[in-house]
Design a protein. Structure first.
Length: 316
């Protein structure tokens, strides 16, 4: 089983030896390894059971270090980085040769991010290499937002999990690319589009793709619980039954056992809802229910990304 702890030196020692370590970030927990060491990167793919065509995000702690990994930072990317890093934003930028092909699945761009978590930033500062880190869940399953979630699923394959508490944002980072200088969102996430648009003007959103996806976060079935999940239409109610689970936004549904329901935010706060979303989906996945009904969120702010995750979770 993994050891769970808060000792950066222990995490550093495992990473320097080429091992993988669970790390906290503000979005979700990552499964981290030395991004410049192809063996460590292979271990990440193996532990996650992840197909090699699905590239990894490279995490670092400063723009200074970033300049060793990317060859160019377009102006819009610079503005986003200056405003939102450290934070729940990933930029797709032309890569330098130092980044192994395995990390980008051979693509010409590398995904990079400065995460906002004190433990992980301190760890990154202490290392002389960046960390490749996908979400620390088996491929296709719900992302982990606590150290215990990581241990529950990958515990026997990850020697150490750095425990930074529950993730503050709770949704994976928003991924933005800059082809032909047009900022394009490839994955909705923890940074709301409205916030980005205040800084760089209108962005294109291209998150639907069933074949040859630019980012497998775009795959239609992803982020899914094992139980069937049915995404309700606005105003629609679940079918009633004893073995029915429900994920509601503000208020419980009548006629469903309260222990089989989770309320994302009684005050209707989308930030609070995002923080709870994945933990509640996991809880319902292990509750004594045969089906999970989920209420759609308002289409604003983080509601867009949550509806995106629920839609993908509902595709079997
Ligand atoms: O919030 C997050 O982004 C978390 C934390 C740990 O940083 N990481 C995360 O990683 O969600 P992952 O691997 O679960 O999702 C990363 C997504 C994948 O859909 C991948 O295909 C896309 O980023 N991606 C990575 N590198 C890419 C590249 N070079 N070009 C296009 N898409 C890329
Ligand atoms: Mg993932």
């Amino acid at each position: 089983m993994s050891q769970i702890g808060t000792d950066i030196q222990v995490a550093k020692a495992f990473l320097e030896a080429g091992n993988v370590v669970g790390i906290p970030t503000e979005t979700v927990y990552g499964l981290a390894g030395n991004a410049l060491n192809p063996d460590a990167v292979l271990t990440i793919f193996r532990v996650k059971n992840r197909p090699s065509f699905d590239p990894l995000i490279v995490h670092t702690d400063s723009l200074d270090k970033l300049s060793q990994f990317v060859s160019e930072i377009p102006e819009a990317a610079q503005k986003l980085a200056a405003t939102f890093w450290p934070g729940p934003l990933t930029l797709l930028l032309p890569r330098q040769d130092i980044i192994p092909d395995l990390v980008t699945s051979g693509l010409p761009r590398v995904a990079v991010r400065i995460p906002h978590h004190p433990l992980t930033l301190a760890l990154l500062r202490s290392l002389d290499f960046p960390l490749a880190a996908p979400s620390a869940n088996p491929f296709g399953y719900i992302s982990p937002t606590t150290a215990q979630h990581v241990a529950d699923q990958l515990g026997n394959q990850v020697p150490y999990i750095l425990d930074g508490g529950a993730a503050g944002v709770g949704l994976e980072s928003t991924i933005v690319g800059f082809e032909a200088n047009q900022p394009t969102v490839f994955r909705l996430g923890g940074l709301a589009i409205e916030q980005m648009e205040q800084v760089i003007g209108p962005v294109e959103v291209r998150t639907h793709s069933t074949s040859n996806p630019k980012a497998p976060g775009m795959l239609s079935s992803h982020y899914a619980p094992r139980k069937p999940l049915i995404l309700l239409q606005p105003g629609e109610s679940p079918q009633l039954g004893e073995r029915v689970g429900a994920l509601a936004f503000r208020e419980p549904f009548g006629g469903i056992l309260s222990e089989n329901q989770r309320i994302l935010s009684p005050t209707g706060d989308l930030t609070e809802a995002a923080k709870n979303l994945f933990a509640y989906l996991r809880a319902l996945d292990s509750a004594p229910v045969d089906v999970i009904y989920a209420e759609p969120l308002p289409n604003q702010g983080l509601g867009w990304a949550m509806n995106d995750r629920l839609r993908r979770a509902s595709v079997q």
